[in-house]
Design a protein around this ligand. Structure first.
Ligand SMILES: CC(C)(COP(=O)(O)OP(=O)(O)OC[C@H]1O[C@@H](n2cnc3c(N)ncnc32)[C@H](O)[C@@H]1OP(=O)(O)O)[C@@H](O)C(=O)NCCC(=O)NCCS
Length: 331
């Protein structure tokens, strides 16, 4: 006996010979529906399909109903199992998918973090390098600047040596000392390293003056004003070879005048006899006039009177005695 049945969606009419039902290949039937079920992702309809098969048989021959209904139950279990398997697979796929998404996110975050760290590091590096370069530039610029002067060096450039009674053979002046390796200039802060104190020790006792003491005294002299320590440098060896100081006293007398005093004249012994003594004394004497002193005085040993006389200094009759009261030496 032939019965009709409809596959899913009622689209395909099929026929089954129920007499040969026992020989019917239910496995193939299951596979067919199962394949459909998979395609449809195991919707509820799958189970209806199995029911439809059961109904078709039931309408014709009852004895087959139970049999087929049982089969339907079996299908149901099989489909249920397959459905669960699919769900499980789907769940695992979803899980794996989520894991992958998490992994990608993590990777992205890590990469982002690493990139952030790297860029922060780079920015820090750039800023540090920039600061170092700036510091170095400042050092170079600072190093290229002349060391601080005790007084403006321009004052020496405008001294008129023709005003001095001193005779120079050959002619020299502060602006043109006769040798290109020689310079007449104000004392500089860096002169501690150019043998200034060693030069003074050829004149008198200097003591142990530290760089700090020298610096402090330099600052005090500069701040108080009126100290014109002037030097001659041999630039070939960066050493001072001559020095003399003009100190300016401020007075109330003579209409608040200024009086100059010549102090600490010395020329390095290996450079003596070459007009440098005359050059440095005339320089500070003209400087006294330049800054407005009404007179310039000095104390000296008798044997140097002649030397200073050639430079314009005079022993004024009745007014040329130097007297001292010493506080550092009681004898
Ligand atoms: C005094 C001193 C600065 C002179 O320096 P200098 O470079 O030799 O002098 P100059 O070459 O310019 O000489 C200038 C003239 O002075 C004469 N003169 C130099 N030193 C002299 C001395 N100690 N006694 C007498 N005459 C001297 C020179 O014979 C020269 O005469 P001239 O122009 O007729 O040739 C130097 O000898 C010196 O440093 N002495 C030790 C420190 C000192 O005594 N300072 C003076 C303190 S008041």
């Amino acid at each position: 006996m032939i019965v009709n049945y409809f596959s899913k969606h009622w689209q395909h009419r099929r026929q089954v010979d129920i007499e040969k039902e026992e020989e019917y290949d239910y496995d193939a039937l299951i596979n067919e529906y199962y394949a459909e079920a998979i395609r449809e992702e195991m919707s509820n309809e799958t189970y209806h399909v199995v029911k439809i098969v059961g109904c078709a048989y039931y309408s014709d021959e009852k004895k087959h109903f139970l049999n087929l209904d049982k089969k339907a139950e079996v299908f149901k279990d099989v489909f249920k199992h397959k459905k669960e398997q699919l769900k499980d697979t789907e769940h695992r796929i979803r899980q794996r998918g989520e894991e992958l998404v998490r992994d990608i996110k993590q990777q992205r975050e890590l990469t982002g973090q690493r990139l952030r760290e790297k860029s922060e590091h780079l920015v820090k590096d750039i800023l540090e390098t920039k600061a170092k370069v700036k510091e170095r530039i400042e050092e170079v610029v600072e190093g290229a600047k002349p060391s601080e002067y005790l007084y403006p060096p321009e004052l020496l450039q405008r001294l008129d040596f023709s005003k001095s009674p001193a005779t120079f053979k050959p002619k020299i002046s502060a602006a043109q000392p006769g040798e290109d390796w020689m310079v007449v200039r104000p004392l500089q802060r860096s002169d501690y390293d150019k043998g200034f104190l060693q030069l003074l020790s050829q004149l008198t006792s200097v003591g142990n003056v530290s760089q700090k003491q020298f610096d402090e005294r330099f600052t005090q002299m500069k701040q108080s004003g009126g100290y014109y320590v002037t030097v001659i440098e041999d630039t070939r060896i960066a050493k001072l070879i001559g020095a003399a100081t003009l100190t300016v006293e401020q007075k109330f007398i003579h209409n608040c005048s200024l009086r100059g005093r010549l102090e600490d004249v010395v020329v390095n012994d290996t450079y003596r006899g070459k007009q440098l003594g005359k050059l440095i004394v005339v320089t500070v004497s003209l400087l006294a006039q330049e800054v407005g002193c009404y007179k310039m005085s000095l104390d000296c040993k008798d044997k140097l009177i002649k030397f200073y006389e050639t430079l314009g200094y005079k022993l004024e009759p009745g007014n040329s005695n130097a007297m001292n009261m010493r506080f550092d030496d009681p004898s």
